[in-house]
Write a protein that binds this ligand. Structure first.
Ligand code: C2E
Ligand code: CA
Ligand code: CA
Length: 805
């Protein structure tokens, strides 16, 4: 039970769709993130490569710019060197004129420092260098060193040299007349203007770092982002080559390269913002991110919808499985029409469910339905009765009517079981036709027993229904050219008077039915007097115990005559009870429970003793008369019966052949082995044994053949029905024939009219007993009756022997 509850718990909480969708979305996000990272790294690399290339180009442009500058300077210097006036001044060693020419000309072309050197390279004169920390001598020395360097490498158009940190471009041009008579040295500083030119031309911020020997590098010129002085230290510290740099959170790439310089070092640093270069990529990446997010959302939505399409039928299957678990297999499954695997699963499941439902229905049917008639069975009826009674108000009565077919066992036996089944089905149909009250339930509760439950019916309504049922059974049944007389005994128990609960009601309806059958009445309502277990019968039982001592029992006799001659040949001893208050109590009201309690043994012995007491008188009235005494099961089972009868017979000197013992089939069948042993001993002693009520029990003639009996008494219900129903006649006829074949004598009891007696004689029946001959009479009346009988003869079979029609 627990495990099952857990199982259900598990089903409810493990949702497939969110899990699968969640996992796939997370996977997708992961893939997106990796792609994003790869793209980002790629973009960064790409951007850096682009920047590095740009910076390399920048370097070339810068160098070109410097070269152009040098070329311009050179032209200017050559112009001066070829100037006639200047040459004349040089030739005449006019220092004043040379200096003024240097000043004028240098100023015109933008040379900051212009100098003249003699043919041997000695500085002759020069213009002043403004705002410098160098001494004039230092400047002179440097200029001479620069001139020497340029003169030594005539292929070099210009040379860079540092003067007080600032790099200067120098060009050296010879003055010829026509031999070289001196040199003009001109210079441009690499200054802010040049850097601004570069920035404008190429949009690359730059810085020039310079330092002489023993000096810390410092930024000399800077543009753009390199301009703010607080950044100069970082720029000045950069190594040669490409390196990253960050200013105020913005990333840059810097390319530092050295310019070939005398008197120190000059480095140019070009800068390019990485973030700026990547800005368009960033935008793209944001777009990519938005697209990816939209994609993931769309993917999740579609996935979710698809999963729901899969899991909805799965959930339906789960619900169906839970329903099956609870035993509900009635509702058909959805999703079986799908073409996919889920559909196949649903179809498989549906097949299983429907077969389960079918099995359940079959089980239900088998458990609650009688397969022969299709009527509800006893279990179903009992359940219905329990339900109807549950919480029922006593003002709404309810009736249970039990109906048992007469002689059905015999029909079965003589005409065959298949025929018996047909009879049952026909009987069920007749009952169905009559039982039409709303809410009424008709059930087959036993072999030949039916039961009707009629809610709302009181005793009167129940008896009316019983009458209608009896009327429906009136018409004989014609089946396979056989005519069967259908009759039945019915018993009624009404709620709440006759019983408070279902089982009591069913039991008491059956008691009433048994009583009705015993009295050959159509229907009886339950009465405590019918019930051996009721309080009323219990008090009757205590009365019965005293009946013997109080001499309230009487011996009655009913004659049996020879069918052919009409002579009285025997008498059946029947007990009567004269109750002081109730009057004459019929044997059927006390024999059954006397049998149940065992008191019947005392009763039988009283009957046997009383018979012996009357024996001489009876023998006198009818010489050779046989007297038959009824033995019950209890008598047969009493261990001392045989000894007791032997002693009785010896005590009274009665020959056992004159004493008949009537035993019913059912009494033998209670314990066949013991009964057989007892019967064998009684037969050995010479008693005449007779099977009573033949046809109402279950035994077959073949079985009875084994028993040491001499006589068979056909039950009065068959004999009484002989005229009306053909099947009763068939039964009587076949019984007589079979009994004769077995060497048994046949007695017919219940002969109520002359016609039956005639018919019995025609069938070869041996003896007859019945109201038509005489009712049971007090033993005192016997002699007188015998005399009358002998003088008038049998009404149907006069002693003369000729039979009147
Ligand atoms: P049973 O042994 O089958 O007795 C025959 C019954 O059929 C008697 O009923 C008798 O009155 C009745 N009967 C005879 N002819 C006819 C007839 O033409 N038409 C009708 N409708 N009935 C007829 P009774 O005397 O009421 O006894 C009923 C049953 O009580 C007996 O059936 C027997 O089973 C039992 N019984 C009676 N006396 C004794 C007895 O002393 N000892 C035992 N153990 N049982 C007895
Ligand atoms: Ca009898
Ligand atoms: Ca009988």
């Amino acid at each position: 039970m627990n495990a099952r509850a857990d199982g259900r718990h598990g089903w409810r909480h493990t949702r497939l769709a969110p899990r699968i969708v969640g996992i796939s979305v997370v996977l997708l996000l992961l893939v997106q993130a990796v792609v994003f990272a790869i793209v980002r790294v790629g973009i960064e690399r790409q951007a850096q490569a682009v920047i590095a290339k740009e910076l390399a180009t920048g370097e070339r442009v810068w160098r070109r710019l410097l070269d152009q500058n040098a070329a311009r300077l050179r032209q200017g210097a050559q112009l001066l060197a070829s100037d006639y006036g200047f040459r004349t001044a040089v030739a005449s060693a006019d220092r004043e004129t040379v200096l003024s020419a240097l000043e004028n000309h240098g100023e015109r072309i933008g040379s900051v420092l212009t100098a003249f050197l003699d043919a041997e390279g000695r500085l002759v004169t020069r213009t002043d260098l403004p705002a410098t920390a160098l001494s004039p001598q230092q400047v002179d020395d440097r200029l001479q060193a620069v001139a020497r360097s340029l003169a030594e490498q005539p292929q070099r158009p210009s040379v860079l040299a540092l003067l007080d940190r600032v790099p200067y471009q120098f060009v050296l041009v010879p003055v010829r007349a026509p031999l070289v008579i001196g040199w003009v040295l001109m210079s441009f500083p690499i200054d802010q203007a040049l850097a601004d030119d570069m920035d404008q031309l190429f949009a690359v911020p730059l810085a020039v770092v310079g330092h002489g020997p023993g000096q810390e590098p410092a930024v000399v010129v800077s543009t753009g982002v390199a301009r703010p002085p607080q950044r100069h230290a970082a720029i000045a510290a950069l190594p040669l080559g490409v390196s990253p740099l960050t200013f105020d959170g913005e990333r840059y790439l810097a390319r530092a390269f050295a310019l070939d310089t005398l008197h120190g070092e000059a480095t140019t640093v070009l800068l390019r913002s990485v973030d700026e270069a990547m800005a368009p990529f960033w935008q793209l990446q944001w777009l990519l991110l938005v697209v990816a997010a939209l994609g993931v959302a769309l993917f999740a939505a579609i996935n979710w919808a698809a999963m729901r399409r899969v899991t909805r039928p799965l959930r339906a299957l789960t619900r169906a499985a839970q329903a099956l678990e609870r035993g509900e297999a009635a509702v058909a499954l959805e999703g079986a029409d799908r073409g996919d695997e889920v559909g196949a699963l649903a179809r498989g499941f549906e097949t299983m469910r429907s077969s389960l439902a079918r099995q359940q229905a079959d089980i239900q049917r088998l458990a609650f339905e009688d397969p022969l008639t299709g009527l509800p069975n006893r279990a179903r009826l009992r359940l219905a009765l329990l339900q109807v009674l549950d919480g029922r108000s006593p003002s709404h009565p309810l009736t249970v009517l039990t109906l048992n077919l007469d002689r059905f066992k015999h029909i079965n036996h003589v005409l065959g079981y298949a025929f018996g089944d047909t009879v049952l089905r026909a009987a069920a149909q007749r009952l169905r036709d009559v039982v039409d009250a709303p809410g009424a339930l008709l059930a087959r509760v036993g072999g030949d027993e039916f039961c009707v439950l009629v809610p709302g019916a009181d005793a009167d309504a129940a008896m009316a229904l019983a009458e209608r049922l009896a009327a429906a059974f009136q018409a004989p049944l014609v089946l396979d050219e056989q005519t069967v007389d259908l009759s039945a005994g019915m018993g009624v128990a009404v709620w709440p008077d006759d019983g408070a609960d279902a089982d009591t009601l069913l039991g008491r309806a059956e008691i009433a039915m048994r009583a009705a059958k015993a009295r050959a009445e159509h229907c009886l309502r339950y009465d405590a007097a019918l019930d051996a277990g009721s309080a009323q019968t219990l008090s009757l039982l205590s009365d019965l115990r005293q009946a013997v001592d109080r001499h309230e029992l009487r011996l009655y006799l009913q004659p049996k005559i020879d069918v052919r001659t009409g002579a009285v040949v025997a008498a059946e001893a029947l007990v009567r009870w004269h109750h002081p208050r109730r009057g004459l109590v019929p044997p059927m009201q006390f024999i059954p429970f006397a049998e149940q309690t065992g008191f019947v043994r005392a009763l039988t012995r009283w009957m046997v003793e009383e018979t012996a007491r009357q024996w001489p008188g009876l023998q006198a009235a009818s010489p050779g008369l046989r007297v038959a005494i009824n033995l019950s099961t209890r008598d047969l089972m009493a261990p001392d019966l045989v000894e007791w009868l032997e002693a009785w017979q010896r005590r009274h000197g009665i020959g056992p052949a004159a004493v008949g013992l009537e035993i019913t089939e059912s009494a033998i069948m209670d314990d066949p082995q013991r009964a057989e042993a007892t019967l064998n001993r009684l037969a050995a002693m010479g008693f005449r044994l007779s099977i009573d009520d033949f046809g109402t029990g279950y035994s077959s003639l073949a079985y009875l053949k084994r028993l040491p009996v001499q006589e068979l008494k056909i039950d009065r219900s068959f004999v009484m029905g002989m005229e009306r129903a053909a099947d009763d006649a068939v039964i009587v006829r076949s019984t007589i024939d079979l009994a004769h074949n077995l060497g048994l004598s046949v007695v017919a009891e219940g002969v109520e009219n002359a016609a039956i007696l005639v018919a019995l004689r025609d069938l070869g029946c041996d003896e007859a007993q019945g109201y038509h001959i005489a009712r049971p009479m007090p033993v005192d009346d016997w002699a007188a009756w015998c005399r009358t009988w002998r003088s008038t003869g049998s009404p149907a079979a006069p002693p003369s022997g000729t039979v009147a029609a």
